[in-house]
Design a protein around this ligand. Structure first.
Ligand code: SAM
Length: 303
């Protein structure tokens, strides 16, 4: 990780990236994951700050070996170099923008786009603590406030699953990338979720409810096709079955269980029995939760 980052670009960089006005309808950003945290915090028994919960969940996930390996693969594949302009869409806590900052150096630009102001504040605060050269912009994937052909490289990780219109977001990536520009998209395919131990029928109904409740839950398998449809040429694909440890899995399990209960596809007794089975499994080391992530590297043809 870089030793420093700051949250705003120097004046010269800001003036180079005057927001353009793409002629597109303004779409409401999809904050589905944030809605999860908000809903949980509204639970009278919780009382926790929703953003703190969300950030803590992202930090736990970022520490999972599978996610770390996938990120290393994606950065190596994208091969952002000194002096380039690199964008992370849905940048979350900003960790991968810091990695871009390290790679682009003083002559380049490392930018994160994130529609959630509270998440942006976290990213900016963390970046400021390090002093590296990067910036974070409040915007969403459907309307990137940059000129055509502006960036050399774009990444987006675990964002497409939250998008109601991933094709529109991919067209926006193609617009802001220069000819020959590279993109890497990383996302989960939640139908690959495996949870053990527990009643497989209950687990299947929970997963089905989660698939229905997430706007683009099978995103991982569609990334290649989305890039091809937007005019990209495909260079490589990667995958990683992310193995979740119990601490990282618990918030997600609670959420998925809550969704399944609300949709009345499992009973409270079934949920409680599943929790008991998993806790017993964790206690003896017989536990597994994994979800496969896929990544696709592509580039725009030269004009
Ligand atoms: C699971 S988090 C992933 C964050 C980060 N990319 C990472 O890998 O840690 C999903 C992120 O997508 C963002 N997001 C949701 N809807 C979005 C949209 N329409 N445009 C851009 N980002 C969006 C959320 O605010 C959140 O930061």
């Amino acid at each position: 990780m870089p030793s420093g980052c700051r949250d705003t670009a120097p004046a010269s960089l800001v003036s180079e990236s005057v927001p353009s006005e793409p002629e597109q309808p303004v779409r409401p950003p999809s904050f589905h994951l944030d809605a999860i945290a908000t809903a949980r915090a509204e639970d009278a028994t919780s009382g926790a700050d929703p953003m703190a919960l969300l950030v803590a969940a992202l930090d736990l996930q970022a520490a999972l070996p599978g996610i770390r390996r996938m990120r290393r693969w994606a950065h190596a594949a994208l091969a952002v170099g000194a002096g380039e302009r690199a964008l992370d869409i849905g940048s979350g806590t900003g960790s991968e923008v810091l990695e871009f900052a390290r790679r682009v150096g003083p002559e380049g630009q490392a930018v994160g786009v994130e529609p959630n102001p509270a998440m942006l504040a976290v990213a900016r605060e963390r970046a400021a603590e390090t002093g590296a050269r990067c910036r974070f912009v409040e915007a969403d994937a459907y309307r990137l406030p940059f000129d055509d052909d502006y960036f050399d490289a774009v990444r987006s990780e675990r964002v497409y699953q939250h998008l109601d219109d991933p094709a529109a977001a991919t067209a926006e990536i193609a617009r802001v990338l220069r000819p020959g520009g590279r993109v890497v998209l990383v996302d989960s395919d939640w139908q690959t979720a495996i949870l053990h131990p527990g009643d497989t029928g209950v687990v299947a109904r929970m997963v089905a409810a989660m698939l229905e409740a997430t706007p683009n839950s099978r995103s991982g398998r569609s990334l290649r096709g989305r890039l091809v449809a937007a005019g990209f040429e495909i260079d490589d694909m990667g995958s990683e079955a992310v193995i979740w440890d119990p601490a990282a899995a618990r918030p997600m399990f609670d959420e998925v269980g809550g969704t399944a209960l609300a949709r009345e596809v499992i009973t409270e007794q079934e949920r409680d029995d599943l929790v008991a089975a998993i806790e017993a499994g964790v206690a003896v080391g017989d536990y597994h939760l994994s979800v496969t992530m896929f990544a696709v590297l592509g580039h725009l043809p030269l004009r």
